[in-house]
Design a protein around this ligand. Structure first.
Ligand code: AMP
Length: 149
């Protein structure tokens, strides 16, 4: 029998199985000094990571370019500011995100413009991330399996 008969209906498919859960996602807190955020970004190798409050609510995104831009003086890079400013001062509050109950196609559409989406619940509690990589991996496997006759 054709293998594609077993494939899920994508209109009824959620994103849960594709999400990297919050415990595995590198993140920083609003009150962390920029120095700490810089260390996490460099050590993890990720270009941008979520910013959470103490209740695990999603508040923003922080990246190396944002941090470097904030310590750029007129004539020199003011490295001392890394310990003076906190993450909340420079983070980006426009966060590409998706509700954990949203469907696969919403995730796919949003990921066209973003390498990853933050996944939240109805209270904006951070649940994890949905990466474009995970979505493409799923689409690749789905298309291959639907072509097998
Ligand atoms: P990737 O799909 O691994 O290329 O990840 C794309 C982007 O998602 C990375 O550049 C990070 O900004 C973010 N990302 C992926 N995995 C993690 C993680 N475990 N912790 C924090 N951010 C992540």
């Amino acid at each position: 029998m054709a293998k594609h008969m077993d494939l899920p209906n994508l209109y009824e498919t959620g994103i849960d199985d594709l999400v990297i859960s919050a415990e595995k996602v590198a993140h920083v807190q609003l009150t962390n000094p920029l120095e700490h955020a810089m260390l996490i970004l460099i050590k993890s190798g990720y270009s941008s990571i979520p910013v959470l409050d103490t209740q695990y609510r999603l508040k923003g995104l922080i990246s190396q370019p944002l941090i470097l831009d904030s310590i750029l003086g007129i004539e020199r890079i003011e490295f001392e500011k890394l310990s003076e400013y906190v993450v909340e001062d420079v983070m980006n509050t426009e966060i590409p995100c998706i509700n954990e109950k949203d469907g696969f196609f919403k995730g796919l559409k949003l990921s066209i413009d973003h390498p990853f989406l933050c996944v939240v619940d109805d209270e904006f509690i951070f649940k994890g991330i949905l990466t474009r990589r995970a979505l493409l991996k799923f689409v690749n496997r789905y298309l291959h399996e639907s072509s097998v006759r």
